[in-house]
Structure formats: structure tokens, C-alpha cells
Design a protein around this ligand. Structure first.
Ligand SMILES: [Cu+2]
Length: 280
């Protein structure tokens, strides 16, 4: 399996070389614009009371707060951005653009992120893949840049710690060089057959684009007991870099999921990825 240490070093080398082509003025040109999502806006107003506030800032007339399900770690994360007036009432007509940058001191780089979804009531949903954790004494770390109503520019420092166990792992591939494979399962799951989702993004200099057309082959096994499980289903493309399959955990305990990328029936990932999962 891939050692975390070597994964980091190779990622840093890749990032150092792409720093040469990165400029701070260039980061605005791939800013994602918001989308309306009928599925998210059709139901009742989204309840943010169960979320954790990560950070906030106050403008002349508005307050902008950033929420997440829990703390942020180095994986595919969903972030919520809320606009209110100074009294806390939602600002319903806000327009928002955003991007993410990691400031590592000597250099900066981006990461994959999806277009914003407008949940209504001044609330927006962003999905970001933090490809590494903030590192002590190396720059400011991850920052979320938001532009409100095409004029007010805001920057939020995001505390991103290391995901344990790893949920986003880089791997070399035959055609697409470095690919970030993100497993969307939490660290702990229940027994039984359940959906297993991944996102795939390729890194091309400082651009991170979604990667479709692969299949993600999964093989769960229990290292302590020397067995796997039947009736697993390879994750196949759903578009937008998203893949979905089925995984079957037949008993409680420590499981690992071996993951390989295939394209046109051929294995194209240069090494097998291993994602630990605790089944309770
Ligand atoms: Cu970094």
C-alpha cells in the first residue's frame, strides 16, 4: 500500500513544479459561479443548526459565516456559506463566487472545487477537495476566497487538519498523470451492503478538473481475518467526476478497501490505494 509519507513528498514535488506556472493574479479566472439546484431548493429551508461554524466576518452591512458538518480535514468536504444582515436575518438576493487557494509560504496552489449551489435564504453550499492538510510554519494554509455581489472580496482562513484515516489519496495514472481519488465514506460505517461514492480529479499544473470515464474497482477485506466479502459493485461514472458503487461489509471490525482505477478494461492506476474503514 501507499505510505502516507511518500504520498506527501511526491505531492509536494508535484506542487513545487507547478508553482512556477502559478501566479496570484491568475487565480480569479477559474472562479466558479453559482448554480440553482432544484433538488436542494424544492424542500424546506436547509437547517444549519446541526452544523459547526468554522469562521465568520462582518462587512459594512452584512455578516458572512462559514459552516461545515464538523471540523475540516484533508478530504472531499462540503462547506456552507451564509449571508445575513447585521441583525442575523438572511440576505436572500446575494450573489456569490468563490475559489480556494492553499498558501504554503514559498508558494501557493489550488485544489478541486465544485460550483456553488444556492440553497436559498442566503445560504450556499460549496464542495471542496482539500488535497492536503495545513502544515505548521508553512504559510497561511487553505483560504476560501469569496466575491459577494461581484464587488466585495472576502478571504477566510480554513483550519484543515489531516484526515485520519486518509480519504483523499493521489495516484499516478497512465493517461492523466496525478489523480486525486476521494472516498466519500466516513471513518466509521455500519455493517451491510451500502453505496460507496468517490470523486476523481486530475491535476494539470494548477488546474484541477473532474475526471470521468474511469471505473473504480473496489475490494474490501479484513486484514486481521484474511477474508473479503461477496457482492461488491465497481463504482462507475455518474458524471462531474462522481462515481458510485456498492460495498458489502459482512461483519464488524477493521476493514480496508483496496481501490484500483480502470479505463477501457485496463488497470491504469500505478499503485493500489488502500482506505481503512471501521465497521461498527
Ligand atoms: Cu499545499
Amino acid at each position: 500500500m501507499k505510505s502516507v509519507y511518500f504520498g506527501k513528498v511526491s505531492m509536494l514535488l508535484g506542487i513545487a513544479s507547478m508553482a512556477l506556472v502559478y501566479s496570484l493574479t491568475g487565480c480569479g479566472n477559474n472562479t466558479q459561479t453559482q448554480q440553482k439546484n432544484p433538488a436542494d431548493t424544492a424542500g424546506n429551508a436547509f437547517d444549519i443548526s446541526t452544523l459547526t461554524k468554522i469562521t465568520d466576518t462582518t462587512l459594512t452591512d452584512n455578516k458572512v459565516s462559514v459552516f461545515a458538518q464538523d471540523s475540516l480535514t484533508s478530504k472531499n468536504e462540503t462547506i456552507y456559506i451564509q449571508f445575513t444582515d447585521l441583525e442575523g436575518s438572511p440576505v436572500t438576493n446575494a450573489h456569490l463566487d468563490y475559489d480556494v487557494i492553499m498558501d504554503m509560504g514559498m508558494m501557493s496552489h489550488g485544489g478541486p472545487y465544485y460550483p456553488l449551489i444556492d440553497l436559498g435564504n442566503g445560504l450556499f453550499k460549496a464542495e471542496v477537495v482539500f488535497i492536503m492538510a495545513n502544515m505548521d510554519d508553512m504559510g497561511e494554509g487553505w483560504m476560501l476566497h469569496a466575491v459577494l455581489n461581484k464587488k466585495d472580496s472576502l478571504s477566510f482562513l480554513l483550519p484543515v487538519s489531516e484526515a485520519k484515516p486518509a480519504r483523499t489519496i493521489p495516484v499516478g495514472t497512465k493517461d492523466d498523470s496525478q489523480v486525486f481519488v476521494s472516498l466519500l465514506l466516513p471513518a466509521e460505517v455500519k455493517t451491510g451492503s451500502q453505496p460507496i461514492d468517490f470523486t476523481l480529479h486530475k491535476m494539470d499544473h494548477n488546474l484541477f478538473s473532474v475526471l470521468d470515464g474511469y471505473t473504480v474497482e473496489i475490494e474490501p477485506f479484513m486484514p486481521d481475518m484474511g477474508h473479503g466479502s461477496p457482492n461488491n459493485k465497481t463504482a462507475t461514472t455518474k458524471g462531474n467526476g462522481r462515481y458510485s458503487g456498492m460495498v458489502n461489509f459482512t461483519m464488524k471490525g477493521h476493514w480496508k478497501i483496496k481501490v484500483n482505477l480502470f479505463k477501457g478494461g485496463e488497470k491504469v492506476s500505478q499503485e493500489e490505494l488502500v482506505f481503512p474503514v471501521e465497521v461498527r
